[in-house]
Design a protein around this ligand. Structure first.
Ligand code: DQA
Length: 141
């Protein structure tokens, strides 16, 4: 595992400001920096992309087939709606880990279904931003 795509979906650019009682005060940049720093210590390169657009996320996953060894993805709201992201992860043939900052199973019913977790090797949710570092650990380990 030498190269990892770190993907974050819609509204995650607002982390640190958005619904801080649920998502905390850590910003997306803090998360990206922490993941990159931890990865560098393991000799792993991380490319990060955040997009609010489903098609951008799908394309990033399809392109990753050519260069990445694994994916850490928080599809955010698309988790619960996106057959396209499901298909992209499956089609990429890459090991992916799904991360959610909040415990989606303790929230509204519509967040209880993930269309994407089934094509990931695992899902980490409810452990806050630490979930991203645990996903890195799991992928590289
Ligand atoms: C989230 C959970 C999703 O249900 C929600 O739409 C998000 C963030 C999380 O990280 O907890 O935007 O993926």
């Amino acid at each position: 595992m030498k190269k990892i795509l770190l993907l974050n979906g819609p509204n995650l650019s607002l982390l640190g400001k958005r619904e801080t009682e649920i998502y905390g005060t850590t910003t997306l940049q803090d998360i990206v920096d922490a993941v990159k720093e931890a990865a560098a210590k393991k000799g792993v390169d991380v490319v990060d992309i955040q997009s609010d657009e489903e098609g951008v996320l799908v394309k990033a996953i399809c392109d990753a087939r050519e260069w990445a060894d694994g994916i850490i993805i928080n599809p955010a709201a698309y988790t619960h709606t996106s057959v396209a992201i499901h298909d992209a992860i499956k089609g990429s043939g890459l090991k992916a880990i799904e991360v959610h900052i909040s415990n989606v199973y303790a929230r509204e019913g519509y967040r209880h279904e993930s269309l994407t977790a089934g094509v990931c090797v695992g899902q980490i949710c409810g452990l806050g931003v630490r979930g991203y570092l645990l996903a890195l650990e799991a992928l590289v380990g």
